[in-house]
Ligand binder design. Structure first.
Ligand code: ATP
Ligand code: MG
Length: 422
């Protein structure tokens, strides 16, 4: 039996990969303008990093990690998300001591989660994310959100919904937590096993439960917004004001809590309302994580970031029909006839490519007609025709495949001629 690709993963083939490159380039371009620098961390980390940062009680850590023991009996985990490693690296490389602050970073790479595969949910998927560490200015929250929104906007998405919430500081969260426990405790028996466990460990996450979503106690649950202290409320108001000043529309949803433990203050998600996008509508999620740097052993530095997956972004672009069509052409195809011309074509091809042009020749022993067909199929701008005769006279025919015009050009001028006609 032939071996097949693992469940929940995909091959991205030529023809499809250009979409990825296009989006990745856009993401990199926007980071350049917003001054976020790329960071590349390992694909695996010590398991403990995710237990400590993502949180022991989260779905990711409890159910979704690819954890293995290496030959030296260390427990390692394929990264399920990017923030933990970035923060680890920030602390380990003492980036808090750098002269430029806050430290603004982005990453782009594969993440791994053992999930039930379905549309928009893979076991290996690619996340683009940014982190701004070292500032608790609400303007940086607004900047991070605006970067994600700008990327989507520039790619042509229109049916976007930015959902915003504040989880408050630790005092606000504590007050809210107590209220949640009082609210759910008397009837916790009606909830799923996970929720019963969450009541003890992290009651906020009951609000994020996918199974008990419809329970009547959910909609009547105490809202975090009623428990924000003055400081937290001011902070949230400023974030909202900056977004308004930038004309970024949002809706506040006090039930937005996000899947990871480390969030406080600003939490946000960007959803797609495009028809046909499917049941999973979240394109991007992020928030503030003051305290996380300290949790992984660094100094007490605040941070905020987001992550989005390229898979869901492509689905949204397809649902809105805004992906530009991919058209490929090459500058030159060498049509060589006879052995001598074939040999001559090898270094000529090299020279043309060295000058920055894309060029190809025949490697399949095709006859002239078939070589012309190949040139057309590759959408070549020019065909360079070299036969034995031409070669002896030191000339070649250059045919413009768009207009059909043909010119005889001395071999030594061929490359110049092609560059001019590019
Ligand atoms: P969900 O509620 O959909 O499971 P999440 O809360 O687990 O999302 P995050 O950990 O916040 O997601 O990841 C940020 C973004 O990464 C998501 O908004 C989504 O676009 C994307 N993402 C998460 N899991 C997957 C996956 N398994 N396959 C593809 N994209 C994913
Ligand atoms: Mg998830």
């Amino acid at each position: 039996m032939s071996i097949q690709i693992p469940r929940g993963t995909q091959d991205i083939l030529p023809g499809e990969v250009e979409k990825w490159q296009f989006i990745e380039q856009k993401a990199k371009d926007i980071c350049k303008r917003y001054l976020y620098k790329e960071i590349r961390t390992p694909v695996f980390e010590h398991t403990e990093l995710f237990q400590r940062s993502v949180g022991d009680t989260t779905d990711i850590v409890q159910k979704e990690m690819y954890t293995f023991e290496d030959r030296g009996s260390r427990s390692l985990t394929l990264r399920p998300e990017g923030t933990a490693a970035v923060v680890r690296s920030y602390a380990e490389n003492k980036m808090y001591g750098q002269t430029v602050q806050p430290v603004k970073l982005y990453y782009l790479g594969p993440m791994f989660r053992y999930e039930r595969p379905q549309a928009g949910r893979y076991r290996q998927f690619v996340q683009f994310g940014v982190e701004a560490i070292g500032s608790d200015d609400p303007a940086i929250d607004a900047e991070v959100i605006s970067l994600a929104m700008e990327l989507y906007r520039e790619l042509g998405l229109k049916k976007l919904r930015l959902v915003l919430n504040s989880l408050g500081d630790s005092a606000s969260r504590k007050a809210h937590r107590d209220a949640l426990i009082a609210h759910f405790k008397p009837r916790i028996g009606e909830f799923c096993e996970d929720c019963r466990h969450r009541l003890e460990t992290n009651p906020l996450r009951i609000l994020d439960c996918k199974r008990d979503r419809e329970h009547e106690l959910m909609s009547s649950a105490p809202s975090i917004l009623d428990y924000l202290n003055d400081e937290s409320r001011d902070y949230f108001d400023k974030v909202k004001k900056y977004l308004e000043d930038m004309e970024i529309e949002y809706v506040v949803d006090p039930t937005l809590v996000r899947g990871l433990d480390y969030y406080n203050h600003t939490a946000f998600e960007i959803m797609s309302d495009a028809e046909g996008f499917g049941a999973i509508t979240t394109l991007c999620g992020g928030g503030r994580y003051n305290g996380l740097v300290q949790d992984v052993g660094g100094p007490d530095q605040p941070g905020i970031g987001f992550a989005l997956s390229i898979e869901r972004l492509i689905s949204a672009l397809e649902a809105e029909g805004v992906l530009p069509p991919h058209e490929e052409s090459i500058d030159c195809y060498i049509i060589a006839l006879g052995e001598k011309a074939m040999d001559y074509a090898v270094p000529l091809l090299q020279e043309i490519r060295r000058e920055g042009l894309s060029a190809e020749k025949d490697y399949m022993g095709r006859k002239m007609k078939a070589q012309f067909k190949a040139a057309e199929r590759m959408n070549a701008k020019h065909a360079l025709i070299i036969g034995e005769d031409e070669l002896e006279k030191g000339k070649a025919a250059v045919k413009d495949l768009q207009t059909g015009d043909q010119e005889i050009v001395p071999l030594e001028n061929i490359v110049d001629f092609l560059i001019r006609g590019k």
